[in-house]
Design a protein around this ligand. Structure first.
Ligand SMILES: Nc1ncnc2c1ncn2[C@@H]1O[C@H](COP(=O)(O)OP(=O)(O)O)[C@@H](O)[C@H]1O
Ligand SMILES: [Mg+2]
Length: 303
């Protein structure tokens, strides 16, 4: 087993976002987030002043699970939660696991929890199904042991944790039951409804962008046409649309038209149809298996 790096490498930063300003959610998800916020804000009152910790010692920490389709704002919400609470943000994602945690995962998890406790940060595990999942049926005994040791470290740390941890996943069903029961709030992230899409388009259609037409009309049309797209895909639409007017402007003034937006929405929807959700799930679980192997220092070529 390769040991590449014994140092924990994860991102600790002052959050760049806030829930109210940066996150657009369907009403139902918003209510759930507000309930989490209330628990977090009144934690001291409930557990210390009202002494609820005497009957619920495990409830001292708050573990949230954000689950739902990709691109719906889970990663953004975790950072924005820290921003709204005015706490630092420690983020551990796939990239850190892949490149830095190899063979040292359990120790690094301990370090991350320790630093979180010291700094009072919000600890975030992105794409957490790789960490908390129950699959790995196809790997060897030695690997199973390594994974199990990493997962029991996680359980031990969570059990005595008194801070705020957030997990995010596209595949909540893969969580092991032992983890599921330690999660205080499961918050479901859905694709944006019409009203949320309107807000997303309003946000993405930054006021400085020169447009040929009525802004409201652009937003109405785009929100209607982008049904089924996630927030991230709406951003992708904008990324695709913005070069279009510049490409054809010549010496004249470049202005975004409704057709540019319609074209880019069509492009993104077309990619949906061609790639399809089944294919992307299969790819993603193959990718998870590959990541787990790499994380454990197994050369996949030799399998
Ligand atoms: N609910 C949302 N509100 C605001 N922006 C969003 C939302 N969902 C997605 N976005 C945009 O898409 C980007 C990627 O979203 P992200 O939080 O990474 O999604 P997830 O973690 O669910 O895959 C965000 O940084 C933001 O620009
Ligand atoms: Mg994410």
């Amino acid at each position: 087993m390769k040991k590449i790096n014994s140092e924990a490498h994860y991102l600790r930063r002052d959050p760049r976002f806030k829930l109210d300003e940066d996150l657009i959610l369907p009403a139902e998800t918003r209510v759930q987030i507000n309930e989490c916020l209330a628990k977090l804000r009144h934690h001291k009152t409930i557990y210390m002043d009202w002494n609820f910790s005497s009957v619920d010692p495990l409830g001292m920490g708050t573990v949230l699970n954000f689950y739902g389709p990709p691109g719906t704002g889970k990663t953004l919400a975790a950072e924005a939660l820290a921003g709204t609470l005015g706490l630092p943000f420690i983020s551990i994602g796939i990239a850190e696991i892949e490149s830095k945690f190899m063979g040292e995962t359990a120790k690094n998890i301990q370090r991350a929890f320790a630093e979180t406790t010291e700094t009072g940060a919000v600890l975030f595990f992105d794409e957490a199904d790789t960490l908390l999942g129950k699959r790995l049926s196809s790997v060897t005994q030695g690997v199973d042991n390594e994974v199990n040791s990493m997962r029991s470290t996680m359980l031990i740390e969570l059990e005595r944790f008194e801070g705020i941890a957030v997990f995010a996943t596209n595949f909540a069903k893969n969580y092991d039951e032992a983890f599921r029961s330690r999660i205080s709030y499961h918050v479901k992230f859905d694709l944006p409804d019409l009203q949320a899409r309107r807000s997303l388009w309003g946000r993405m259609l930054v006021r400085e962008i020169p447009i040929a037409g009525e802004r409201e009309e652009f937003i109405d049309w785009s929100a209607e046409l982008s049904e089924g797209l996630s927030g991230r895909e709406i951003r992708t639409c904008m990324r695709l649309a913005l070069p279009k007017p510049l490409m054809h402007a010549g010496n004249g003034e470049a202005r975004l038209t409704l057709d540019h937006l319609k074209d880019s929405i069509h492009q993104v929807k077309q990619a949906h149809v061609e790639i399809g959700s089944t294919a992307s799930e299969a790819r993603s679980s193959a990718r998870d298996a590959a990541i787990t192997k790499r994380m454990l220092g197994i050369d996949s070529d030799k399998q």
